[in-house]
Write a protein that binds this ligand. Sequence first.
Ligand SMILES: CC(C)(COP(=O)(O)OP(=O)(O)OC[C@H]1O[C@@H](n2cnc3c(N)ncnc32)[C@H](O)[C@@H]1OP(=O)(O)O)[C@@H](O)C(=O)NCCC(=O)NCCS
Length: 165
Amino acid sequence: MIKIKPATATLHYSLIETLADTIWREHYIPIVGKPQIDYMLDKFQSVMAIEKQVEDGFEYFSIFYNGTLVGYISIKQETNALFLSKIYVLSYYRGKKIGKTAMEFIEQKANIYQLKNIRLTVNINNTNSIKAYEKIGFKNVGPLVTDIGNGFVMDDYEMVKLVRS
Ligand SMILES: CC(C)(COP(=O)(O)OP(=O)(O)OC[C@H]1O[C@@H](n2cnc3c(N)ncnc32)[C@H](O)[C@@H]1OP(=O)(O)O)[C@@H](O)C(=O)NCCC(=O)NCCS
């Protein structure tokens, strides 16, 4: 059974920091290399970074599968869209409709916030996730390159999904 619960306390952020460390190293080092992932984990997924993001309006949620923490989500309300900043599931648990269930949860949030679109960014070489997003109903709207400092860039596509209401 899949459950999605708000992550609101330092303990939750600490568990997400550990989860991110596992998932990002396994998934992204082959795509962008270790130096960039060391930098990005510290900049975006340390407890301190998460606390700062929450102050800035990001909401974090933990995903449980049969009681085990297996993933997390982060979203932020924007003027014209709900920004899906993070969606990560441990590799062992992928392909079990956890991402799809999480996306239904995110659509409900978009409806509550009266936002008609969900948008996300995904690395242009993150092929499996792009395929999953396409199956879930996202459309690629073009490349988006973001300078994240220290000589690193995020080389992404932006993808958008129209929310059913
Ligand atoms: C992307 C991710 C969140 C999807 O979660 P998931 O639990 O594996 O996805 P689901 O099992 O719910 O699958 C959703 C749909 O995508 C499809 N799909 C999933 N992985 C796929 C793949 N590698 N290739 C093709 N289709 C895929 C599924 O078949 C399903 O479609 P269907 O219902 O029509 O059969 C997860 O794979 C993940 O964490 N990936 C690595 C981290 C990452 O890149 N995160 C995104 C950062 S932008």
